[in-house]
Design a protein around this ligand. Structure first.
Ligand SMILES: *Cc1c(COP(=O)(O)O)cnc(C)c1O
Length: 490
């Protein structure tokens, strides 16, 4: 399988690339992205075949259908990381919460958030490509909380890869910060900065453009790569769990094979939702993908009105920070799939130049065949957290809670919904404690204890242990010193 480009072809770039190439250099012509030339058609027979398969068996067969240029033994090793999830036999449990509402829990990996689903196997794949090519890669990451820990966890002690991870000191939760600064491996550097997430991101962009930085990289025979969520090496692992969750519903007797369901996805950069869209296109019976957002509701506006408009909007800090995004990168892949490369280039250039693009009525109608959307405020989300805990005995995090609003407003047919849960309660404890008991300004450890008591849950050991672990990464610097610290690390 080859990969083609969403914004047409710059004559200076190859027309098609392999999966490995798309992973190592994820930016295509004119700033576009790589997409599969043709999605495998799996259909109902594939679902029948895997009705009783394990997660890994299903994953292996689906990846085989993509015929990517990664050796089978490497794929096996990558998938074996799902054995480290809470239940190796079922890394993604699907839980019935109430009539028609099922939650697919994507957070049972080492960092307790859904980024592990793709980043865990991705680390193995990238490191193996680097070794095979005898090249060294530096992964630069700027994180507001969830991507950092998951990227460090997957790349630690992996050959031919180093990671430098920037986070805003004071801008993440205690748990997220501890997950990063207690990582002790020679190939990892974690750098706190005095500033906000945007400062971390700007520093990263400046480094990428700096001649001195490029010179040092060259001397060290090191290339740059990005592990961000536009990388198809992450997307491919996010198709699997949509198929798995559907089959779980079949196994539980909730649906019969072939019956349509709603996929309800708490969305930021749209990687999770895109995985569902591709699964649908490959044959999964889906009625609609419902896109749930927080107060940063640009996706709701796009899907309701056809207008992707950033004029006059700034990012709002919410209680579901992993979804505080205005430029949702993976939407581009859907635009390409529905409207082709020429039109996608036009739309994306409009967004870059005018901060807005607008679909025609026909285009909007087409988009709405696949998607519906709504957004949920932090206050509404907290009400859903409390109500769902008290009435249904189910505890969820504030990202997952955004789906409960759209479950009510967008599920128009009487069919089952799969809501994707992207973080464990342990990662956003103060907001959840506030929702359950009204307590305010609680630090993470106190909030964790309070929730554990209220909900009669045990704090998972990997979270509890963080508070006693040695701090291995002590660097916290001013913005202007970031370059120096990274150069020293190299
Ligand atoms: C990254 C993340 C999201 C958003 O997922 P996208 O694939 O970027 O849309 C939602 N919730 C949590 C907890 C996340 O970490």
């Amino acid at each position: 399988m080859n990969f083609i480009q969403t914004r047409g072809i710059d004559p200076a770039k190859p027309e098609k690339v392999t999966f490995s190439q798309a992973i190592l250099d994820p930016i295509a012509s004119y700033g576009g992205l790589y997409v599969p030339q043709k999605l495998p058609e799996l259909g109902i027979p594939f679902l029948q075949k895997h009705q009783n398969s394990s997660y890994k068996e299903l994953a292996k067969d689906m990846l085989d259908a993509f015929a990517i240029d990664i050796e089978s033994s490497v794929i096996d090793e990558a998938l074996s990381l799902y054995d480290r999830f809470d239940d190796a036999a079922n890394p993604v449990p699907v839980v019935k919460v109430k009539e028609n509402l099922y939650v697919s829990e994507l957070y049972h990996g080492p960092t307790r958030a859904f980024k592990d689903m793709a980043l865990q196997p991705f680390g193995v794949v990238l490191s193996s490509i680097a070794q095979k090519r005898d090249e060294n890669y530096l992964i630069l990451a700027a994180t507001s909380g969830d991507t950092g820990p998951a990227a460090l966890e997957t790349f630690k002690n992996r050959a031919n890869v180093k990671v430098a991870c920037l986070y805003p000191d004071g801008g993440t939760s205690d748990v997220q910060r501890l997950q990063m600064v207690t990582e002790d491996a020679k190939n990892l550097k974690v750098i706190g900065i005095h500033g906000v997430f945007d400062d971390a991101q700007s520093a990263l962009k400046r480094l990428l453009a700096s001649d001195e930085f490029k010179k040092v990289l060259k001397e060290k025979h090191t290339k740059l790569s990005a592990a961000n969520s536009v990388n198809f090496g992450r997307i491919i692992f996010q198709i699997i769990y949509h198929i798995h969750s559907y089959l779980e519903l079949v196994r539980q007797g909730a649906i019969t094979l072939g019956e349509k369901v709603y996929l309800n996805v708490p969305s930021g950069n749209f990687g999770n939702a895109l995985g569902g869209y591709y699964a649908w296109k490959m044959g999964l019976p889906v009625a609609k993908i419902i896109i749930s957002s927080n107060e940063n509701n640009v996706l709701t506006r796009l899907i309701k009105t056809g207008k992707y408009d950033l004029n006059g909007y700034d990012v709002i800090n919410t209680t579901s920070p992993a979804m505080d995004i205005l430029k949702s990168s993976n939407v581009e892949r859907v635009l390409f799939d529905l409207f082709g490369g020429q039109r996608t280039k036009e739309l994306m250039f409009d967004l870059e130049e005018k901060n807005v693009y607008e679909l025609t009525d026909d285009e909007l109608a087409k988009l709405r065949e696949y998607f519906d959307a709504d957004f949920c405020t932090g206050e509404e989300g907290k009400r859903y957290i409390k109500e769902t805990f008290e009435k249904d005995g189910y505890l969820m995090d504030p990202h997952t809670a955004t789906c409960f609003k759209s479950f009510h407003t967008c599920s128009k047919q009487n069919i089952k919904s799969i809501i994707y849960s992207t973080a464990e309660w342990t990662k956003f404890a103060p907001v959840i404690a506030n929702a359950l008991t009204g307590e305010v300004d609680t630090c993470d450890i106190d909030a964790l204890k309070s929730i554990a008591k209220t909900a009669q849950l045990k704090i998972p050991t990997m979270i509890q242990d963080l508070f006693g672990k040695k701090i291995a990464q002590k660097t916290v610097v001013d913005k202007q010193d970031i370059d120096k610290v990274i150069l020293e690390f190299l």
